[in-house]
Structure formats: C-alpha cells, structure tokens
Design a protein around this ligand. Structure first.
Ligand code: CU
Length: 172
C-alpha cells in the first residue's frame, strides 16, 4: 500500500505543525513510574478519516492498560520481551506489546486522544512509540526515529523522555 505523506509536513522543513501529527501529550516522565500516556491525533491521512490507531510499545515499557473509549474497540497483543524484567520481585518475560483502537471514524477536521497507562523503564532515555494510523483511505506509519537530534522527519514516532526521578542520585 502506498505510504501517504503528511500534508502538514510536506514542503515544511521545520516542524511548526508538529502538533498536527500523531504525538504524545506527555513529553517527559520519571523512570519506573506508572504513567498515563495520551496519543493525540491531529489529522487524518491526506484528508481521509481515521478509523484505527495501533501503538507499539518499546521493549522495556510494560504493564500497558488502555483506557476504554466510547465508539472504539480495543485490542491488545502480548509478546515476549527481548530482555526479561524484574518487577516487585517477579520476573516478567512477556507483556502487552501493542495496543490498538478501532472505530470512529474520526474526521480529518476533528481531533481526538487515545490514552493508556504503562509502567516506565528504570533506565532513563528517549523511548519511541511507533504508531500506525489507519484511515478510510490509506494509512500513515509514525515510525521515524531521528538519526541526529533535531533531524527533520515526515513521520516522527511519538517520543517520551524518561528521566531519573528527582533525588534519585542520592538513593542507593
Ligand atoms: Cu502532521
């Protein structure tokens, strides 16, 4: 299937319309936290209404619990973690890897949000959530990860900056 270009990104090198993509409301959050993530859908696929959103979770992000949403059906896909995690003394080898909402459709002229709660990794860093946006006509893969800081991208993956909790340097 042909990958459509984001109409807001086309011909615009900088990112003044970054809010119009699919992105995360939260920009940063503390490591190890149970955190709400809200994915914002700013437009459809070249004018076509959105009828599905799928979010791929980074390997170290676990415990995903999608928030129900009227008019949308949720499905989750479990999978094995590349590296087992220990949480509350229990070793976790598999977890929800993908969360999808299907429904709507959400017209291109309207805006909506899709939320879930996750358990964030203990290791600080940037975590990328690759999102597939399905539309009545076409789709968009929000999966680009910057090769260098500030690199221009047509379909950036939503990103969360996981930071060390305040005072963490003094805890042992
Ligand atoms: Cu956009």
């Amino acid at each position: 299937m042909k990958l459509l270009t984001c109409v807001f990104a086309a011909g615009v090198a900088a990112a003044p319309f970054a809010q119009a993509h699919v992105n995360l409301e939260q920009t940063s959050a503390p490591a190890g936290a149970y955190q709400k993530l809200t994915f914002r859908v700013g437009h459809g696929c070249e004018g076509s209404a959105t009828n599905g959103i799928s979010v791929l979770l980074p390997d170290a992000v676990t415990g995903a619990k999608p928030m129900p949403k009227a008019g949308w059906t949720i499905t989750t896909v479990d999978g094995k973690l590349n590296a087992p995690l220990v949480s509350h003394g229990v070793t976790i080898t598999s977890a929800v890897r993908e969360v999808s909402w299907k429904g709507g459709p959400l017209p291109d002229a309207q805006y909506d949000e899709f939320s879930m709660q996750v358990k964030l990794p203990e290791a600080p860093g940037k975590y990328y959530f690759k999102v597939t946006q399905l539309c009545d006509k076409g789709r968009a893969e929000w999966s680009e990860v910057p090769a260098a800081p500030g690199a221009a991208m047509k379909f950036p993956a939503p990103v969360l900056d996981v930071v060390a909790p305040a005072g963490a340097a003094h805890q042992h």
